[in-house]
Ligand binder design. Structure first.
Ligand code: RM4
Ligand code: MN
Ligand code: MN
Length: 430
């Protein structure tokens, strides 16, 4: 397998920390053993955990005010995959990449697939884009896409989604994520019922062209780019649309797409109870959809979400929703942010495995609020870093991905190899 950071060098880098990791791991094993938890079974699950990386996440993001591109930003999908391969190599938790079309449209899909495979990468859910006008496109999405008042615009948006599915099939993907920015900026601008009806008709048309082994994931977002109303603004609208559309049409929860303080873990439980929870876009936010790094603001919320997911998996071990990071890295090196965030999501997952579920159930049944919350906190407060480090070490990754990445000199090397085009603002969510 092709690797952009030398395996021997990586092993030497790890060697300096290896003894400390083993000692910390053994100490944690002893501690967990006292609660009847076998650390090796947790380690195995940590190693199995994966979260996809968004292709657009490896470019520097920005706000509507400005973007400050970093050095050596990837200039095309192949360079994006190079960066994704480094993220996977060091973190050992991100073997899949989620593409955004047309941003990442390849001339030759089989060439792109092979390019990914040489790194051991594959493609996660495909993302369509009808929130921007593309060069050469007949109709404009200024006033919407799948929900537009004009049938010709809706048909163009439907055709784009079908096209993305066809491309995804060539790349080995198994899902289409549909997020539309459709909505309105003024009260009265849009007829709520009519626009939702158009949405339903449009996604049904896309769904009907979906291969049998594919899922369609509907992503809701409370606001932006529309600031008064958004057609699929909440999980309720998403659920209704998914239910109306078909069995393989599911809801996708992007953590940042909710009002502050919304109880997202409860949304997770509701959607799952009715078989409609299909996937996640992980990120964090403080005020609005600011696409901050996963776990950077509210790691407890992330843990509570995984607590629900683990609860679901206790009942149905085969349950596996699509997990993806969806973040905008405006002030950090995107490679560092994505490695760090993948580990934060993995950390929340691992901690959720440590919850004593029998005890929790008993406290819930007995209405013992104090001990119920304490049983969650007991797991949350444990430092599981030695498990994450051991998982990466055994899988051939880096004990400490960020320090290893910095020491490797990768960014400086790509900065030389990828001179910035002064006329282009580069990739990233702008
Ligand atoms: C949206 C949404 C989508 C993502 C775009 C770039 O806010 O989160 O998932 O594809 O941003
Ligand atoms: Mn998203
Ligand atoms: Mn978003």
């Amino acid at each position: 397998m092709k690797q952009l950071i030398d395996q021997n060098w990586l092993q030497e880098h790890n060697a300096k920390q290896e003894a400390a990791v083993i000692s910390d791991y053994n100490a944690l094993a002893e501690k967990l053993e006292r609660s009847g938890i076998k650390i090796d079974t947790i380690l195995e699950q940590a190693k199995q955990f994966t979260v996809a990386v968004p292709s657009w996440g490896v470019g520097t993001g920005g706000t509507r005010f400005a973007r400050f591109p970093g050095k050596g930003e990837p200039r095309n999908i192949f360079e994006k995959l190079d960066d994704c391969s480094v993220i996977q190599l060091l973190s050992q938790a991100t073997p899949a990449v989620s593409l955004h079309i047309p941003w990442d449209r390849p001339k030759d899909p089989s060439e792109l697939r092979q390019y990914a495979e040489q790194y051991g990468l594959h493609f996660d859910a495909m993302n369509s884009n009808t929130f921007q006008d593309q060069i050469g496109q007949e109709e404009s999405y200024k006033f919407g896409s799948l929900t537009h008042t004009n049938k010709a615009v809706r048909e163009q948006a439907i055709a784009h989604n079908i096209d993305v599915v066809e491309l995804g099939q060539k790349l080995g993907s198994k899902a289409l994520t549909v997020w539309v920015g459709d909505g309105s900026n003024f009260p009265g601008q849009q007829h709520f019922k009519n626009s939702f009806t158009h949405y339903l008709d449009s996604i049904k048309a896309v769904y009907n062209s979906l291969p049998d082994d594919w899922n369609m994931l509907l992503e809701h977002k409370i606001f932006e780019p529309a600031f008064y109303s958004t057609v699929i603004q909440d999980w309720g609208s998403s659920y209704l649309a998914a239910k109306e559309t078909g069995e393989r049409c599911l809801s996708l929860v992007d953590l940042g797409h909710h009002a502050p303080n919304v109880n997202i873990e409860m949304i997770v439980s509701r959607l799952a109870q009715f078989g409609k929870l299909g996937g996640f876009h992980f990120n964090d936010s403080k005020y609005g959809d600011d696409d901050l790094d996963s776990g950077s603001i509210n790691p407890y919320q992330l843990f509570l979400i995984f607590n629900e997911l683990t609860d679901i998996r206790v009942q149905d071990p085969s349950y596996s929703p699509f997990y993806m990071l969806d973040q905008s890295h405006n002030v950090t090196d995107p490679v560092e942010s994505l490695m760090y965030s993948a580990a934060e999501v993995q950390r929340a997952f691992v901690k959720s495995l440590l919850v004593d579920r029998n005890a929790l159930t008993q406290y819930q049944e007995a209405n013992d609020a104090m001990m119920a919350q304490a049983s969650l906190k007991q797991a949350y407060n444990l430092d599981v870093e030695p498990i994450l480090q051991m998982a990466r070490l055994q899988a051939g990754g880096a004990i400490d991905p960020v320090s290893c990445y910095r020491a490797s000199g990768y960014r400086a090397a790509v900065a030389k190899a990828r001179p910035a085009d002064p006329n282009k603002t580069g990739s990233g969510i702008v």
